[in-house]
Design a protein around this ligand. Structure first.
Ligand SMILES: *[C@@H]1O[C@H](CO)[C@@H](O)[C@H](O)[C@H]1NC(C)=O
Length: 381
């Protein structure tokens, strides 16, 4: 791992100069890094309050892939896309994309003609709504569907390249969200097809542990930077990103996935509250949103303010908290900064955050809204 040193450190001129070239210029290059903020529509975070200056790309999650192109999940979504495009008044460089999750099997299983119809329909849809591109988030193709999915990706790239040439416009973007699991990644994607055809992909380096009574019944980290002792390296951010790099996905096209939410557990015994402690269930809904097993960052800060204990695991690069029988693995400014520095030092393309909606929108944590997004922005430049 390359070490990033502060340029303010005292060094001789020669050492300083070479250090400047080695480190400061990496930081300058980071100015062009991609920062994708996935947006989940929510009454809590209206589109007008999206911090458009913090992200380079905002991706609406989700719409559906359909044989004729793109189908919004709800008819009211068309107005929401338009509101997102209007955020360019705040940040003229912002790119606005829509992410597709369902609907791929019928297209891929339909063969080349269906794939081409889908691609052409999607291009018309995106242009008509003045969107900048599409994100493919099929979770996940089977082994038998891999070849078809890769064919679809090549067909889509050809469609957007041809359209750009024809209209003398900048090409629409094709981005992806990729599995956090090496077996799925192995059977679902051909890395050379991805490198050749996509603009970039967010690897979903989170949800490595989610409580499950049968096979994940001890406390575990949602998104460690490095796997804790005794766990597979592939249950970590560095392990999975390294897997993709070694498998041949070009570094500059890889975005590290960073979560703004934590995963919670109920401890079997409140006096046994470390990592890998026995757990009996997903946690009760966090204080900020009412979903079992999930704490958004605002809820984390509320828990810490009402007496929860934070523990920093320096080896894994993430914190956790416990409070009576509640136990939560999460990310905060410290872990997010550590991850971001690793992404920059490893020459990745940037970061994709799931999601901007789950960051602390109210400023409960630090007094400033969106503290995790701000941390990433300050790191990427
Ligand atoms: C807890 O998980 C382990 C695997 O990690 C499994 O062998 C065991 O049976 C599980 N316990 C229960 C009570 O299901």
């Amino acid at each position: 791992m390359m070490k990033i040193r502060s340029c303010g450190e005292r060094m001789s001129t020669v050492v300083w100069l070479s250090a400047f070239i080695a480190t400061c210029c990496v930081a300058t290059a980071a100015g062009s890094k991609t920062f994708v903020c996935y947006y989940q529509p929510s009454a809590r975070v209206p589109i007008a309050s999206i911090p458009a200056n913090l992200c380079t790309h905002v991706t609406y999650a989700f719409a559906e892939a359909s044989k004729n192109g793109i189908s919004p999940a709800h008819t009211t979504d068309l107005a929401k896309y338009a509101e997102m495009v209007a955020l360019k008044k705040v940040n003229p460089n912002l790119k606005v994309l829509v992410s597709l999750q369902n609907g791929f099997p019928a297209i891929v299983d339909g063969g080349v003609t269906v794939m081409e119809t889908f691609a052409n329909g999607a291009v018309s849809f995106l242009r008509k709504l003045r969107l900048d591109g599409v994100d493919f988030d099929w979770e996940f193709p089977s082994k038998a569907q891999k070849a078809g999915y890769m064919k679809l990706i090549s067909i889509f790239r050809k469609a957007i390249s041809d359209e750009a040439k024809l209209n003398g416009a900048a090409s629409l973007l094709l981005t992806m969200a990729l599995a956090n699991n090496k077996y799925i990644a192995g059977w679902a994607y051909d890395m050379s097809v991805l490198t050749q055809n996509i603009d970039f992909a967010t690897v979903m380096t989170y949800d490595f542990h989610v409580f499950n009574a049968k096979h994940d019944n001890v406390t575990g980290y949602n998104s460690p930077l490095v796997a804790p002792k005794g766990e597979s390296t592939y249950l970590s951010t560095v392990g999975m990103l390294t897997f993709y790099i070694k498998a041949g996905l070009e570094r500059s096209k890889i975005l590290m996935g960073v979560p703004t939410y934590g995963r919670s557990y109920i401890l079997a015994d409140n006096s046994n509250h470390g990592l890998h402690a026995p757990a009996v269930a997903r946690g009760a809904p966090g204080p900020a949103i009412h979903v079992h097993g999930v704490y958004i960052y605002q809820g984390i800060c509320m828990a810490l303010k009402s007496g929860a204990t934070r523990v920093w695991d320096g080896a894994a690069g993430v914190p956790y908290l416990y409070h009576d029988t509640a136990w939560v693995s999460y990310d905060d400014e410290q872990s997010v900064m550590g991850k971001c520095k690793w992404a920059v030092a490893s020459n990745l393309g940037g970061i994709g955050v799931w999601s901007l909606t789950l960051d602390d929108i109210t400023g409960t944590c630090t007094g400033e809204s969106f503290p995790l997004l701000r941390t990433i922005k300050s790191c990427l430049g």
